[in-house]
Design a protein around this ligand. Structure first.
Ligand SMILES: *Cc1c(COP(=O)(O)O)cnc(C)c1O
Length: 376
């Protein structure tokens, strides 16, 4: 048997018994089985319903992503990024993995790298919390630091090239590695857990943005399921997202956020502005005050970005109440406050950074108890 190629030359059929060995596929099958096992052994995260006397007619729900084995919503993302890399043939038995991160993603990726026996290098800003650095190292990951938040990308690319490794690139791949139509992603899980509630279809979902991947998944899912739910994304000081959404200019840059995990110096490729119905930007003092207030009312500490989410949620709730509407609002607990004992929960750090949370604390406590929302 002979085939002709495009130049018309005859091509001999290869002789029998030259099929490649399948060691690499055997490894990728065992790697997928290990990732599936981690998922199978994990329960779904709680959807908390804290009660606030001031919020008449408005039900608040918080999806608690801090209870994943690696302590944040990034457990889902890291798992998806590993599956994406393996299924694209990029992550193999001897691949060194490299990531640019503000910390949480690197913690989760270090965990999965250890599970699969792969080398892992995290490129992070110097300011990353000590607790996250220790968690990465405890999973055998190597931490590599840069001075400015905006330097993590180029440094991660450089290290990946130098080591012949694979750059996981959460900021590009978050929106595409996640199966946004369902498959028990965070949106799918929220809507299933809401099914028996008084207002099962939330009026609003509220979320901050780091990669933008979670808001992309939430926004796509509510469109795909043809729901009336709207999506509000809450941005922070010194982040590029809000201006980009408002003006449509995706080249906008900023100096970089103090709220770890969210607010970025550039508009990340995983940020999908077209699925966002509304955006607000809040001061860091408001985010951190909201983290303190919510921590007290939940009797456990939550992280700074959860404070941002909660402040945005209160803003939406206040607007709904002013319009005389009732319904439900859902947001996320992204991680625990234990990771920020040296920063958001440290009075000296707040003073050094000239952040006075007292006015926002008073205002939020008054709102949650009496329903009156008066900005300081
Ligand atoms: C990543 C992260 C977020 C934002 O989630 P994205 O899906 O990346 O936009 C919020 N809080 C924390 C603690 C994070 O690590």
């Amino acid at each position: 048997m002979q085939n002709s190629n495009s130049t018309g030359q005859a091509t001999a059929c290869p002789p029998l018994s030259l099929l490649p060995d399948c060691a690499e596929r055997a490894w990728s099958r065992s790697a997928i089985a290990l990732l599936q096992g981690d998922g199978r052994r994990s329960a779904d995260t709680h959807l908390l319903k804290p009660l606030f006397p001031g919020l008449k007619g408005i039900s608040i729900y918080l999806k608690d992503e801090s209870t994943h084995p690696t302590g944040s919503l990034k457990h889902r993302l890291a798992r998806s990024l590993f599956l994406y890399g393996i299924c694209n043939g990029k992550i193999r038995q001897t691949t060194t993995l490299v990531e640019a991160s503000s910390g949480s993603t690197a913690v989760s990726e270090a965990y999965f790298a250890k599970l699969l026996g792969l080398r892992f290098i995290a490129v992070m800003p110097h300011s990353t919390s000590r607790q996250k650095i220790e968690a990465i190292q405890s999973f055998g990951g190597v931490c590599h630091f840069v001075e400015r938040a905006g330097d993590v990308y180029d440094e991660a690319i450089r290290i990946a090239e130098q080591t012949g490794g694979y750059y996981l690139d959460q900021f590009t791949n978050a929106e595409r590695a996640t199966d946004w139509r369902g498959n028990n992603n965070v949106a799918d899980s929220i809507f299933r857990q809401m099914e028996g509630e008084e207002f099962p279809v939330p009026d609003w979902l509220v979320m901050s943005a780091g990669t933008g991947g979670t808001s992309a998944t939430l926004g796509r899912f509510i469109r795909y399921k043809n729901l009336e739910t709207r999506l509000c994304v809450v941005d922070v000081e010194n982040s590029a997202f809000y201006e980009a959404w408002r003006t449509g200019d995706m080249q906008i840059t900023a100096s970089g956020s103090r709220i770890e995990g969210i607010g970025r110096p550039r508009v990340e490729p995983s940020f999908v502005p077209g699925v966002i119905d509304h955006m607000i930007r809040v001061p860091d003092a408001a985010s951190i005050a909201a983290a303190h207030v919510l921590s007290e009312r939940l009797f456990r500490q939550i992280g700074g970005s959860t404070g941002t989410n909660f402040f945005g949620l209160c803003w939406i709730a206040a607007t709904m109440m002013r319009e005389g509407r009732s319904g439900s609002i859902v947001s996320l607990i992204c991680d625990s406050g234990q990771r920020y004992a040296d920063t958001f929960y440290n009075a000296n750090w707040l003073k050094q950074n000239r952040i006075d949370i007292t006015p926002y604390r008073r205002m939020l406590d008054h709102f949650l108890d009496n329903g009156e929302f008066t900005l300081p």
